[in-house]
Design a protein around this ligand. Sequence first.
Ligand SMILES: Nc1ncnc2c1ncn2[C@@H]1O[C@H](COP(=O)(O)OP(=O)(O)O)[C@@H](O)[C@H]1O
Ligand SMILES: [Mg+2]
Length: 1137
Amino acid sequence: MEVKTSLLDNMIGVGDMVLLEPLSEDSFLENLKKRFDHNEIYTYIGSVVISLNPYRSLPIYTPDKVEEYRNRNFYELSPHIYALADEAYRSLRDQDKDQCILITGESGAGKTEASKLVMSYVAAVCGKGQEVNKVKEQLLQSNPVLEAFGNAKTVRNDNSSRFGKYMDIEFDFKGDPLGGVISNYLLEKSRVVKQPRGERNFHIFYQLLSGASDDMLKKLKLERDFSKYNYLSLDSATVSGLDDAANFRTVRNAMQIVGFMEDEMQSVLELVAAVLKLGNLDFKPESRCNGMDESRVKDKNDLKEMCELLGIEQSVLERAFSYRTVEAKMEKVSTTLNVAQAYYARDALAKNLYSRLFSWLVTRINESIRAQAKTRHKVMGVLDIYGFEIFEDNSFEQFIINYCNEKLQQIFIELTLREEQEEYVREGIEWTNIEYFNNAVICDLIENNQNGILAMLDEECLRPGTVTDETFLDKLNTICAEHQHFESRLNKNSKFLNDHSLPHNCFRIQHYAGKVLYRVEGFVDKNNDLLYRDLSQAMYKANHSLIKQLFPEGNPAKVNLKRPPTAGFQFRASVGTLMGNLQTKNPNYIRCIKPNDKKAAHIFTDSLVRHQVRYLGLMENVRVRRAGYAFRQAYEPCLERYKMLCKNTWPHWKGPARQGVEVLMTDLQVPAEEFAYGRSKIFIRNPRTLFFLEEKRKQCLEDLATLIQKIYRGWKCRSHFLLLKKSEIVVAAWYRRYAQQKKYQKIKHSTTVVQSYTRGWQARKLLRELKYQKKCEEAVTTIAAFWHGTQARRELRKLKEEARNKHAVSVIWAGWQGTKARRELRRLKEEARRKHAVAVIWAYWQGLKVRREYRKFFRANAGRKIYNFTIQRIMQKYFLGLKSNLPSMSPIDKSWPARPYSFLEGVHAELRRIFHLWRCKKYRSQFTEEKKAVYEEKLEASELFKDKKALYPSSVSQTFKGDYLEMVKNPKYQKLSSAIDEKILLADVVNKINRANGKSSPRLFLLTKKSVILADQKTGQVKTSLPLPDLSSVSTSTQSDGFFALKLKEGSSSAVKGDFLLSSDHLIEIVTKLHRISSLAADREKLNVDISDEFLVQFKQDKVCVKFIQGSPKNGNSVSCKRKNNRLLEVSVPTSP
Ligand SMILES: Nc1ncnc2c1ncn2[C@@H]1O[C@H](COP(=O)(O)OP(=O)(O)O)[C@@H](O)[C@H]1O
Ligand SMILES: [Mg+2]
């Protein structure tokens, strides 16, 4: 496909008349013709599209073409109606401006076609979707329905619209169609009952008869033959190129799509059939007694069938055609109708029936296509009104149609010529005024409220008295006589008196598009548009839902005596509303031109086109356009739209909008002659400049979109990244925690293992040390035992050698026995220990076995470690407890803390033994030599007397003082002591028992190493000195007395005196010392000590027995001694307490 970049490329003639050079009417026409001949039927005057009817189908409305023009600039491609439609749609969608498309031109110039092309283009380019498509389809399909009922073949157009149509298509903010509203203007209903020559009734009648099935026709009580129906003209019943039957199917299909119910369609067709039937009613006169003729229905069959179709009682309708009831001031007057009146009534009914049906159809279609959403709509109005008409015979309808066209021309002039020029002046743009014909005067002639033609017609209609079309014309003749556009034969203005082209019953108006001669006949009637009340009431009574709706005024309950508004009045009002509506929207013009009168292709009738160009004011249009500016826009929206093209104005311009636009234009280097600054708007001369701006904007928007996208993507990625980062931190924190936990557990585990090993090692080391210590102790004990054994054996040998001491032998024997016993005990103990050890080892081995078995379940070695630790702790505690609980250091202290655990028994006993030995040693080590001697004496005393003499225990606590008399110090004994040259070991006072009577007398008793000396207590004179070797033994009793006998050896020198019986408080000491001295002297025998309660003493020659008895209490506490006879000396000793 060839792509054009400019309107000027490959152009036939000039596409835009603004660019035509030189500009003249001839060149204008020539350009149009040239283009028409090359099938270029569209030409621009700026934004206005001129459309020439090609009268043949051209291949320029294909979907490809739609795509080609879609979203393209208006001047970018060769002129086309699609370019205008696209411009209007985009401006509606993108700039939110309501649009109206004004299509003007003569009848047959192609307006209806153009409107359909615009609609189909918009439908093709706007949004898609199920709902939207349905709306579009309904909007488009409303056309065939309305065309079938509202279009007819005329001499000018085979498909001439016989009604005005204005359709508002509503869009949402996206530009998707939401629905629409159709307004219809004055249907040419006279066509129902009568058609001019060469013309047809409305299409639907022919379509129904040709297209309906036999069945349907039968139901509607119709016959297929057109000639059977009076209302259908026969001369052009079939039109070439028009397939009525096919069109009927199209119409029914369209009705279905639009949303008509099956019964609604049936009702509509019944009405159409009824109209045809109505046309066939004929009336005949019947003379009445008052001489007046009264009409009667001639052939009642059609009436009957019609009444059956509409459900009307036949007699009611029949009567309505014969009588007429007039109601005035509560009075009802019934008059008969003559035949002519009956025909008038019949036609009036048919016209009303049909036109009301048509209005109902429009209302019904509107119901279907009305936009559902209540949101704000954007609106595109398409106006396809009947074109300017000049027939041979022009009546009220043409007058109305042409008036409407005058109004449209007026709006065109207002907006394109006058308004534009005035705007230049208002905006202070340099401007030279361009002359044009303003048809406001003609509009005023017709619509002026006081003396306008329509106002006068209404006045005539409402005037009491006889009113005819002629009286109306008379009125016009008087009132409009001076008007330069009004012409009449009877005008007071004599210039038309001889104008034979102007019949007497006509008036002529110089319309903007030409002079039109109107015949006044029927003006009053058509304006009144009266239907006899009897007929409307008959219709209201019909048992047919649609008919009843169409004739609401027939309701007897709502009798309204007021006249309904006249047709002219209604039309004027609705045209007024339409004009008001159009003025609020942005106008887009399509000016249709008819190239010839023959409805033929390829024919360009110069004069005809020239005429249209003239009255359409196209030349003036071009001139204004050329002198002026193609485009204008207020500064604010202009700046808003193009501010992105300049750095200074983007994104915000702080100053006034005009300055902003100036900066923008300077920055863009637009040549100064291309635009002008008005007071509130900028004016751009050439469309090309606008394209340039738009092109730049488009590019810029793409860049901006890229920028926005870039920022958005950046933002999106960044927020995504931040989210990821945040999540990563959370995950890492959790993971680190987990890892640290794991690591900690591992370290803890390892520490426990290391710790347990270390503790195990330490425990083993300690155990080894303890074992070694124990072994050492055992060794020491063994050695000691051996040493003691050696010693003992040596002693034994010595004792054996001496063989004198049986006691010693027995001691050694006992010691040996003891050793043996102990050894045996030890052996037994060892054996028991071994057995115990075996049991323990067995238990350990069992435990080990079990542990090994259960090692997989328990931690290896833990038990042993815990055991070792526990043992160690117990030992520690035991030792520390023992340390703080030790008994006193006294060797005789037998106390020893209780053993806490049975396994410690051996150790506990051993420790007790060691401790005892040690404290004995300590005790011993504190003794001096003297003290030692004293103790030795004491020991010897013990050996001698312990358990043998009752006196002994009391002596234990007494110290062996020895010198009780203090011989050296006491001067009393000075002499005595000096007489003794030996050291005195003992000095005391003793009692010497008189051998004869047992009485005692005190004597000093002195003991030296060699002798015992007895001296007088008072004089200190030595009485007896006994050398110790002379003493054989000493005897004492077993009792607590202090008596002792010194026995002398027989034959010794001292023996002469006999033995001595003495008593002393210090008996134990004296005897011990005596014994000691004797045992220490190596040259002497040991002194014997006899302890017995009966012993013999040698008194001179006599041997006297000294007997000790238990004293009776009468003797008191003292010991008494009595000589019983020669042989017996009795000593009574008090019983010891
Ligand atoms: N663009 C066109 N292409 C082909 N034929 C057209 C075109 N416009 C109009 N015609 C023909 O001219 C006839 C009259 O057009 P129409 O739109 O009905 O006229 P108007 O509505 O102005 O009276 C149509 O029936 C059609 O045959
Ligand atoms: Mg039309």
